[in-house]
Design a binder for this molecule. Structure first.
Ligand code: RB5
Length: 146
Protein backbone atom coordinates (compact mmCIF):
# COMPACT_ATOMS: atom_id res chain seq x y z
CA UNK A 1 0.00 0.00 0.00
CA UNK A 2 1.41 3.39 -1.03
CA UNK A 3 1.02 6.27 1.41
CA UNK A 4 1.75 9.88 0.44
CA UNK A 5 2.87 12.09 3.32
CA UNK A 6 3.72 15.78 3.63
CA UNK A 7 4.16 18.44 6.28
CA UNK A 8 5.05 22.07 6.72
CA UNK A 9 7.83 23.28 9.02
CA UNK A 10 5.60 22.78 12.09
CA UNK A 11 5.03 19.15 11.18
CA UNK A 12 8.44 18.36 9.73
CA UNK A 13 9.92 16.55 12.74
CA UNK A 14 6.78 14.50 13.32
CA UNK A 15 6.66 13.60 9.62
CA UNK A 16 10.24 12.37 9.72
CA UNK A 17 9.36 10.01 12.58
CA UNK A 18 6.17 8.88 10.91
CA UNK A 19 7.96 8.13 7.63
CA UNK A 20 10.39 5.84 9.48
CA UNK A 21 7.52 4.25 11.37
CA UNK A 22 5.55 3.54 8.20
CA UNK A 23 8.57 2.23 6.27
CA UNK A 24 9.37 -0.13 9.18
CA UNK A 25 5.77 -1.38 8.99
CA UNK A 26 6.26 -2.21 5.33
CA UNK A 27 4.31 0.61 3.70
CA UNK A 28 5.52 2.15 0.45
CA UNK A 29 5.95 5.79 1.50
CA UNK A 30 6.00 8.77 -0.86
CA UNK A 31 7.53 11.64 1.16
CA UNK A 32 6.64 14.95 -0.46
CA UNK A 33 8.44 17.27 1.98
CA UNK A 34 8.99 19.72 3.49
CA UNK A 35 12.50 18.60 4.45
CA UNK A 36 13.60 21.16 7.02
CA UNK A 37 12.41 23.39 9.84
CA UNK A 38 12.59 26.43 7.58
CA UNK A 39 9.29 28.27 7.44
CA UNK A 40 7.18 27.34 4.39
CA UNK A 41 3.62 27.60 3.14
CA UNK A 42 1.44 24.64 4.14
CA UNK A 43 -0.83 24.86 1.03
CA UNK A 44 2.10 23.99 -1.25
CA UNK A 45 2.66 20.66 0.50
CA UNK A 46 -0.97 19.84 1.26
CA UNK A 47 -2.05 20.30 -2.34
CA UNK A 48 0.92 18.36 -3.71
CA UNK A 49 0.02 15.42 -1.46
CA UNK A 50 -3.71 15.67 -2.22
CA UNK A 51 -2.98 15.55 -5.95
CA UNK A 52 -1.05 12.29 -5.52
CA UNK A 53 -4.05 10.76 -3.78
CA UNK A 54 -6.59 12.22 -6.22
CA UNK A 55 -4.53 10.90 -9.16
CA UNK A 56 -4.41 7.50 -7.46
CA UNK A 57 -0.62 7.48 -7.22
CA UNK A 58 -1.16 6.83 -3.52
CA UNK A 59 -4.04 5.10 -1.77
CA UNK A 60 -3.99 7.39 1.28
CA UNK A 61 -2.45 10.72 2.24
CA UNK A 62 -1.20 11.95 5.61
CA UNK A 63 -0.55 15.62 6.36
CA UNK A 64 0.95 17.29 9.41
CA UNK A 65 1.00 20.99 10.17
CA UNK A 66 0.72 22.90 13.45
CA UNK A 67 -2.97 22.20 13.98
CA UNK A 68 -3.86 20.05 10.98
CA UNK A 69 -6.52 22.59 10.12
CA UNK A 70 -4.86 24.60 7.36
CA UNK A 71 -3.69 21.51 5.51
CA UNK A 72 -7.13 19.86 5.75
CA UNK A 73 -8.77 22.96 4.28
CA UNK A 74 -6.33 22.82 1.36
CA UNK A 75 -6.63 19.09 0.73
CA UNK A 76 -10.42 19.25 0.65
CA UNK A 77 -10.24 21.74 -2.25
CA UNK A 78 -8.87 18.95 -4.46
CA UNK A 79 -11.50 16.95 -6.32
CA UNK A 80 -11.88 13.42 -4.99
CA UNK A 81 -10.30 14.17 -1.63
CA UNK A 82 -12.09 13.52 1.64
CA UNK A 83 -9.65 14.76 4.24
CA UNK A 84 -10.31 14.65 7.99
CA UNK A 85 -8.42 16.57 10.64
CA UNK A 86 -8.42 14.26 13.66
CA UNK A 87 -6.62 14.25 16.98
CA UNK A 88 -8.44 11.31 18.64
CA UNK A 89 -8.97 7.60 17.97
CA UNK A 90 -12.76 7.66 17.69
CA UNK A 91 -12.80 10.40 15.04
CA UNK A 92 -10.23 8.54 12.96
CA UNK A 93 -12.21 5.31 13.12
CA UNK A 94 -15.42 7.10 12.20
CA UNK A 95 -13.93 9.04 9.33
CA UNK A 96 -12.81 5.79 7.72
CA UNK A 97 -16.01 3.86 8.45
CA UNK A 98 -18.51 6.59 7.64
CA UNK A 99 -16.76 9.14 5.39
CA UNK A 100 -14.31 6.81 3.60
CA UNK A 101 -11.71 9.54 4.21
CA UNK A 102 -8.69 9.15 1.97
CA UNK A 103 -6.54 11.73 3.77
CA UNK A 104 -5.77 12.40 7.42
CA UNK A 105 -4.37 15.59 8.89
CA UNK A 106 -2.97 15.94 12.38
CA UNK A 107 -1.55 18.80 14.42
CA UNK A 108 2.02 18.61 15.64
CA UNK A 109 1.24 21.40 18.10
CA UNK A 110 -1.81 19.50 19.34
CA UNK A 111 -0.80 15.85 19.82
CA UNK A 112 2.40 13.85 20.36
CA UNK A 113 4.16 11.78 17.72
CA UNK A 114 3.22 8.61 19.64
CA UNK A 115 -0.44 9.63 19.41
CA UNK A 116 -0.01 10.28 15.69
CA UNK A 117 1.36 6.77 15.21
CA UNK A 118 -1.72 5.39 16.99
CA UNK A 119 -4.04 7.46 14.80
CA UNK A 120 -2.23 6.53 11.59
CA UNK A 121 -2.50 2.82 12.50
CA UNK A 122 -6.25 3.17 12.94
CA UNK A 123 -6.60 5.21 9.77
CA UNK A 124 -4.72 2.73 7.59
CA UNK A 125 -6.36 -0.41 8.95
CA UNK A 126 -10.01 0.59 9.36
CA UNK A 127 -12.12 -0.26 6.32
CA UNK A 128 -15.02 1.81 4.98
CA UNK A 129 -18.31 0.36 6.24
CA UNK A 130 -19.73 0.07 2.71
CA UNK A 131 -23.22 0.66 4.14
CA UNK A 132 -25.63 2.01 1.51
CA UNK A 133 -26.50 5.07 3.63
CA UNK A 134 -22.84 6.06 3.85
CA UNK A 135 -22.26 5.37 0.15
CA UNK A 136 -25.21 7.63 -0.68
CA UNK A 137 -23.85 10.44 1.51
CA UNK A 138 -20.38 10.22 -0.02
CA UNK A 139 -21.95 10.37 -3.48
CA UNK A 140 -23.64 13.60 -2.40
CA UNK A 141 -20.23 15.01 -1.46
CA UNK A 142 -18.91 14.10 -4.91
CA UNK A 143 -21.91 15.71 -6.59
CA UNK A 144 -21.12 19.00 -4.82
CA UNK A 145 -17.61 19.06 -6.28
CA UNK A 146 -17.06 21.54 -9.08
C1 RB5 B 1 2.34 27.50 10.83
O1 RB5 B 1 2.75 28.41 11.79
C2 RB5 B 1 0.88 27.11 11.06
O2 RB5 B 1 0.05 28.16 10.73
C3 RB5 B 1 0.53 25.86 10.26
O3 RB5 B 1 1.40 24.84 10.59
C4 RB5 B 1 -0.86 25.29 10.47
O4 RB5 B 1 -1.14 25.09 11.81
C5 RB5 B 1 -1.94 25.92 9.74
O5 RB5 B 1 -3.12 25.54 9.83
Amino acid sequence: MKIAIAADHAGYEAKRELVNYLVEKGYDVLDLGTNSLESCDYPDYAIKCANEVANKNAQFGILICGTGIGMSICANKVKGIRCANCQDNFSVQMTREHNDANMLTMGARVISVDKMKELVDIFLTTPFSNEPKHIKRIEKISQAEI
